[in-house]
Design a protein around this ligand. Sequence first.
Ligand code: SAH
Ligand code: SF4
Ligand code: F3S
Length: 456
Amino acid sequence: MRYKNNYEQELKDIVKQKNLTYHIDTMGCQLNENDTLKYKGILESIGFKEESMENANLVLFNTCCIRENAENTLFGRLGALKKKKKTMKNVYIVVVGCMTQQKHILEKMKKSYPYTDIIFGTFSMFSLPEKLYNLLKNNKKSYEYVEDSMDILEDVPIKFDDKYKASVSIIYGCNNFCTYCIVPYVRGRERSREPEDILNDIKKLAQNGYKEIMLLGQNVNSYGNDFKDKKYTFAMLLEDIEKIDGIEIIRFISPHPKDFKDDVIKVIGKSKKIARQIHLPLQSGNDNVLSKMNRKYTKKDFLELVDKLKNADSSISFSTDIIVGFPGETEEEFLDTLDVVEKVKFDQIYMFIYSKRNGTVAATMEDKVSYEEKVERLERLKNLYEGYLPENNKNMIGKIYKVLVEGKSKNNDNLYTGRTSQNKVVVFEGAEDMVGKIKNIKITSEHLWYLKGEIV
Ligand code: SAH
Ligand code: SF4
Ligand code: F3S
């Protein structure tokens, strides 16, 4: 489906006449951040100007429901906006995204937050202009629930915040139904974008000076599985992106360990552009818990995959996601998770305490682990991680890394920052004309959350 705004001129006139501004508040993952760039593109294409939350006329919340606290965040912020509606003229509140893709939440919001103007979920981005038209012109609110859709929206105007790094969605939805996870219920089934659409987007970005591309999907390595008319895989996509002049760094999140096949490992091994950092979500290191989570790999499979990737290039660094306190997780089972962490020594770990999501399979499992115990496990995981991290960083001292210079350091005007291919922040003496360029930097010291280096 190609994006088309049938109300463009009328909307432009209204927005101009009322001099309207917008602000987007984004919660959740990089997929939501990518959607936000599209919402910004749509709003700016009809004349809205970006503003702070306090001063903006239209506030759009792009919501997340992955854990309970994500939902509470929204309700808190919405409450605070009620006053704004009373004290300021032309205030409009729009709520979209994963959270409002749940019917019971939409119903709750209609009842408890009647001052919201537009609510829809993850399948209705294309209809934002129509809904805005009805609101701005006819004062008509819209609360819409679309159960499911296999549509892929192309040609959406998109406003990138960064000048050198851009994210590109390659596959939407998820078919995996990990038992703890709400995503398959709010993002629909897997659907891959056409290779030409992706490659054209990236070519355009390269022409506009972008150097680094982040490919996005809930499970990037199932890319192409849904094509009926052709065989075109994630490995083939990576190879085609490699050929695009101007793009120097390629990243992707998230691959699922169960779908990480040898063809992709081979492509990574010989690639000059794919970042030497791979995000491999572990979730748990214990076979029984992994099975209850429906992850479809074992501790052994995971460790073998790490070895294969290291054999392809020993400089690859790993990041991961871990859930502690899955229903019924025993102390012994948790120790398996610590064991994998100890063995792989991930450079970055996103750690979460299990959060019960209604509608998922795990929500019906008996959970005897107390909250205090879960917090304590999280703490032990954090201590283990922070204990070995300096050693990981020390191993980088004296070596030379390719770094995309991102800009001035926040705290010191002479210093600049960038990230190595391994996604480590490096601080070094630089100059303004280096921003946006790739430099070779030798690491000189480590400081837990960043490294210091010098240009060679
Ligand atoms: N598709 C990606 C990640 C999606 S959500 C993947 O499979 O890796 C990001 C992370 O949130 C997950 O990896 C998981 O660690 C965490 N998460 C998902 N559901 C959760 C829940 N109910 N409680 C706690 N953490 C959860
Ligand atoms: Fe959720 Fe699993 Fe899909 Fe990731 S792969 S989005 S954790 S169901
Ligand atoms: Fe949240 Fe939706 Fe992402 S639930 S983590 S914003 S896919």
